[in-house]
Design a protein around this ligand. Structure first.
Ligand SMILES: C[S@@+](CC[C@H](N)C(=O)[O-])C[C@H]1O[C@@H](n2cnc3c(N)ncnc32)[C@H](O)[C@@H]1O
Length: 225
């Protein structure tokens, strides 16, 4: 009897979706995100790339976009058509978030960071893209943004904070466009580091932020009533 309860309770524990997990890849994480209902209905993948996010399961109504790789649309994610405003139930935005890129590293081409750009330019692109992606999310729909806190030029750039501040914080306020409602941290195996003295902790995780766009009729939910 004791054994039976032990097995059942452990099974329940293993099936729970945690916000920090060593998922084998992004696709495995996205399966869990989908299970929680954040990715539903008409889904726009604004940065489809090689479509790796969906290798373990694709949303039923997926519309793909990528400026540089074959997709349904090739719009710049900072400039979608005017009439896409409030169009999608959910938008997934996985921008080129690596701050140090090189034109000769194969992985950087896959991440879209092989073009020369300053840290400031890379961060601005993420911000402009996140705001434009939010514009095309339906009221009360979801926006999923993939970023990574990381060290560049000797200091940590907290992309999670930057994007959250731009789109809306965790508190209720009239000025917010959206509210962060969940975070998923994908733990990565730490890579070997140079032998010089380490000044900052190594950010061995990337993060998927989930925002809910403010809805017209949800004044109470937003604490404005
Ligand atoms: C991190 S990768 C996305 C990877 C993708 N989630 C996957 O599963 O394969 C970023 C993508 O953004 C695209 N990209 C970069 N700048 C863009 C822009 N201004 N507008 C639209 N797409 C852009 C790149 O071509 C690249 O495929």
């Amino acid at each position: 009897m004791v054994m039976y309860f032990y097995i059942i309770s452990n099974m329940g524990y293993r099936m729970s979706i945690m916000s920090i997990t060593k998922w084998p890849n992004n696709a495995a994480m996205m399966v869990d995100v989908m299970k929680l209902g954040f990715i539903y209905g008409n889904v726009l993948d604004a940065t489809f790339g090689l479509g790796k996010f969906w290798s373990r399961g694709e949303p039923e109504n997926l519309i793909t976009n990528d400026k540089y790789v074959g997709a349904d649309y090739s719009y710049d994610f900072t400039n979608f058509p005017e009439d896409w405003e409030n169009k999608f139930d959910c938008v997934v935005f996985d921008p080129p978030y690596k701050l140090n890129g090189s034109s000769v590293i194969k992985q950087d081409i896959r991440y879209g960071v092989h073009r020369e750009a300053s840290v400031k330019e890379r961060l601005s692109l993420i911000i402009d893209g996140a705001l434009e992606c939010l514009r095309v999310v339906k009221l009360s729909g979801y926006l999923a943004v993939k970023v990574q806190n990381q060290v560049a030029s000797g200091r940590t750039h907290f992309q999670t904070d930057i994007v959250t501040q731009v789109l809306g914080g965790c508190s209720y306020s009239n000025a917010e466009k959206a509210r962060k409602i969940a975070e998923f941290h994908l733990l990565r195996a730490p890579r070997p580091q140079p032998h010089s003295r380490q000044l900052n902790p190594y950010n061995n995780y990337s993060t998927l932020l989930i925002f809910k766009k403010k809805g017209k009729m949800k004044l109470k939910e937003w604490g404005l009533l």
